[in-house]
Design a protein around this ligand. Structure first.
Ligand code: GTP
Ligand code: MG
Length: 360
């Protein structure tokens, strides 16, 4: 899973990136202008428990990759701003995290001269709409030209879908709001449209506003939807706390009323937004957490683990995490008979512990 962090200049993108990935702050003035990416391990108490239940096996968490990007300047969508080039790597992201500034700091001027989260969200949305519109229109023109020249192999369905997309974009509707059929979805996938990606609006608040998240987010609530999530986070404070040792960090969080560490809230929301679930395996040397799309089958789970597992798939042995924890170990669960045998179409459930039976 690849999450792209975007936003206007100096809103706290790199701060969020460091919070999410646990990276240390770089020495002053060395911040690289190019994209930076880092892998974050997804903390999961269930995995820790599995490791304790199976001594000698290494715990391997699921991971996500975060990409930090240079600031997007208004105008970037038309290829005018310095951010124009940075759209390319962002197109590969599974979801975008738009960092929106809400913290007050007179030493850090806002690029638009004032604090206004709604305006900033609108500015970036416009950039993405324009960037997508350009891609869609270019392709429409190409196909139309080819059709005029009498080429019959052109995809008319693709043309229709792109025209629908371009119309929506012109009307300032992001593509994530459109109800495309699975076939249309497939046709559009290759274009990696930015406005089709799930979006997490991360409002970066100051430490003094902790506890006032509800009122700060109030005006932005209507923007949230099935594919747009909203989160207020004091990124700088949380990043500082995250560097303390866990005991001290817990004390600080309690005092400040932070119920869940920011990096974990970010992951949980991203998971939900992307419609992902976690399943586990207990292997010979390791216990491991994996990511799968919700509704994914046992066969898809097998191919996530290893292509050979999918090719030679016979059955999946499945036990919910809770039942396994009660039994005490996978061996004990097997003895107790709480493992179910499932076929390749079985829809994997959140927290399933899965052993694939396969032939080579
Ligand atoms: N006071 C205050 N400062 C913050 C907060 N979040 C970030 N900053 C500061 O704002 C400045 C910019 O933060 P960055 O994380 O570098 O922002 P950025 O969006 O990556 O900036 P560019 O990459 O230059 O566009 C830094 O000096 C941060 O320490 C906050 O919540 N409160
Ligand atoms: Mg930065």
């Amino acid at each position: 899973m690849l999450l792209g962090i975007v936003g206007l200049p100096r809103v706290g993108k790199s701060t969020v990136f460091r919070l999410a990935t646990g990276q240390a702050e770089p020495a002053a003035a060395t911040a690289p202008p190019e994209l930076t990416q880092a892998v974050a391990r997804i903390p999961d108490p269930r995995l820790d428990r599995l490791a304790r239940m199976h001594p000698g096996k290494k715990a391997v968490p699921a991971t996500v990759t975060y990409v930090d990007s240079p600031a997007l300047q208004p105008g970037a969508g038309k290829g005018e701003g310095v951010g124009g080039a940075s759209f390319t790597p962002l197109r590969q992201a599974d979801a975008l995290i738009h960092v929106v500034r809400a913290f007050v700091d007179p030493r850090i001027p806002h690029v638009e001269g004032s604090l206004d989260p709604s305006r900033d969200i609108g500015l970036l949305n416009t950039e993405f709409l324009l960037a997508d519109l350009e891609v869609a229109e270019k392709r429409v023109v190409r196909i139309e030209e080819a059709l005029r020249k009498g080429r019959k192999d052109q995809n008319v369905r693709e043309l229709e879908t792109l025209r629908t997309s371009a119309e929506a974009l012109q009307a300032a509707r992001p593509l994530r709001d459109l109800d495309f059929s699975p076939e249309q979805g497939r046709l559009l996938r290759g274009f990696q449209f930015l406005t089709a990606k799930p979006l997490l609006l991360l409002v970066n608040i100051g430490e003094e506003d902790l506890g006032k998240e509800d009122s700060i987010l109030g005006a932005l609530r209507p923007l949230a939807g099935p594919r747009v999530a909203l989160l207020a986070l004091a990124a700088k404070t949380e990043a500082e706390i995250a560097r303390l040792d866990p005991k001290d960090a817990a004390i600080f969080r309690r005092e400040m009323g932070i119920a869940e560490p920011g990096a974990e809230r970010l992951l949980r929301l991203s998971y939900g937004l992307l419609g992902l679930l976690t399943f586990f395996t207990v292997g010979e040397d390791e216990v491991r957490a994996w990511t799968l799309r919700r509704g994914g089958s046992a066969l898809e789970a097998a191919s996530t683990i290893h292509t050979d597992f999918a090719r030679g798939f016979i059955k999946a042995e499945v036990v919910p995490f809770a039942a396994l924890a009660e039994a005490g170990s996978l061996a004990a669960a097997r003895k107790k008979g709480v493992l179910r045998l499932e076929g390749k179409d079985y829809p994997v459930a959140e927290g399933d512990v899965i052993t694939i039976r396969f032939s080579v």
